[in-house]
Design a protein around this ligand. Structure first.
Ligand SMILES: Cc1cc2nc3c(=O)[nH]c(=O)nc-3n(C[C@H](O)[C@H](O)[C@H](O)COP(=O)(O)OP(=O)(O)OC[C@H]3O[C@@H](n4cnc5c(N)ncnc54)[C@H](O)[C@@H]3O)c2cc1C
Length: 342
């Protein structure tokens, strides 16, 4: 049955839905509205039925539910079997996944099984037309297909990737890239149960023990972030960044160069290959503002940049810029904020 729906794979762990799935439901509702189709959510797990109302509230019209004690832990073969069979049965036109460890394992497996395309780490998704030039019949027009937009060649170009001839069109998106919409608890939907027989061969591997390490910092929900870059100079000098963040009640972020130099751990990295953040205030200290860093913080409500180079690209997006040596400026800011607090 061809539904042509827009689907989101709902990632859950111990019955807690990963934020990226809720963010994707918001994006899926925008895409589905344009396409005039419904939003479907794929939910696989054990005892996960209680999550269905939440999934409706974030925008799903239907939940394709596969519940089974054998789905207690994510393993590639059974989960991809369910997704592949649901797709074959209901023929959605788009399937979206979080670019998490699970999504990065599951989505390529599903894509290769269905012989369709997959674009990883999209930063935007849009609907539009595409003209394929020089086919045998001349130019061929494809209406309303998914533009899968992402940085390419080290972030130097933004590529729009299309999958005109194969369905479903599939993409992964990293956490924090799409804005989560407010839930509407009054929304209701329909459950479609997956009850197919599960071949024994799917369960060749077993999860014996799960060890989870919590992140040392939660940048995504911070309303103030003070980030340090290569200009900070050393791990020792990074104490200035920690101190400024502390007096402001904020979290500490960093550029990749600062992380690579060993000034701070990777959990603090902001940017294309770090965390995408949208705080109320982002203070960039000794960060030049390369495109890969800005990809992760440019949507902050207010940006203050401190840099000794007046031509640093970060000043192009900063709301307030301070040209100066961070070793002079930051201690003065710390003192000023401390005295306001008194
Ligand atoms: C595929 C790919 C993915 C990437 N992903 C990311 C990512 O997720 N996040 C990220 O940040 N980068 C990422 N990068 C790296 C990125 O291209 C830059 O190399 C990096 O952001 C630079 O970090 P920086 O601004 O701290 O260092 P630099 O570019 O070296 O800038 C240091 C700045 O400090 C200033 N400065 C120096 N001394 C002082 C001082 N005393 N006072 C004030 N200012 C001073 C300088 O004027 C300069 O502007 C990625 C690169 C690639 C290719």
């Amino acid at each position: 049955m061809k539904t042509n729906e827009v689907w989101v794979y709902i990632e859950q762990n111990k019955s807690k839905i990963n934020d990226v799935s809720l963010e994707l439901l918001g994006k899926a509702t925008d895409l589905a509205e344009k396409l005039k189709v419904k939003v479907g959510a794929i939910l696989i797990g054990n005892n996960v039925r209680s999550l269905v109302d939440k999934i409706y509230s974030y925008g799903a019209d239907k939940v394709y539910l596969a519940e089974n004690p054998l789905f207690e832990n994510y393993t590639t073969l059974p989960y991809s079997y369910v997704v592949v069979n649901l797709v074959k049965q209901y023929e959605p036109q788009i399937v979206l996944y979080g670019a998490t460890t699970t999504g990065r394992d599951l989505a390529p497996r599903v894509a290769s099984e269905l012989k369709t395309g997959l674009t990883a780490d999209c930063t935007d998704l849009q609907i539009g037309d595409y003209v394929k030039p020089s086919t045998k019949e001349g130019d061929k027009l494809y209406k309303d297909i998914l533009y899968q937009i992402r940085p390419a060649f080290g972030g130097n170009i933004i590529a729009t990737i299309v999958s005109p001839d194969h369905r479903p069109q599939m993409a992964t998106v990293r956490e924090g890239v799409m804005k989560m919409k407010d839930p509407d608890p009054k929304r209701k939907g329909e459950i479609i149960e997956f009850k197919d027989e599960l071949p024994k061969i799917l369960f060749v591997s077993e999860v014996i023990k799960k060890v989870q390490q919590e992140k040392s910092v939660d940048l995504k929900s911070a309303s103030i972030i003070v980030s340090g870059g290569m200009g900070v100079g050393s791990k020792e000098n990074f104490k200035l960044i920690h101190e400024l963040a502390h007096v402001l009640g904020g979290q500490v972020g960093a550029s990749r160069a600062a992380v690579d130099a060993g000034f701070i751990s990777k959990d603090h990295q902001v940017g294309q290959t770090g965390t995408t953040v949208r705080p109320k205030l982002y203070i960039a200290v000794g960060i030049s503002g390369q495109i890969q860093h800005m990809a992760g913080m440019s949507e902050s409500s207010r940006i203050i940049a401190i840099n000794s180079d007046p031509n640093a690209p970060i000043f192009n997006i900063a709301h307030y810029g301070i040209v100066g040596d961070l070793n002079d400026v930051v201690p003065k800011m710390i003192e000023a904020f401390k005295s306001i607090k008194k």
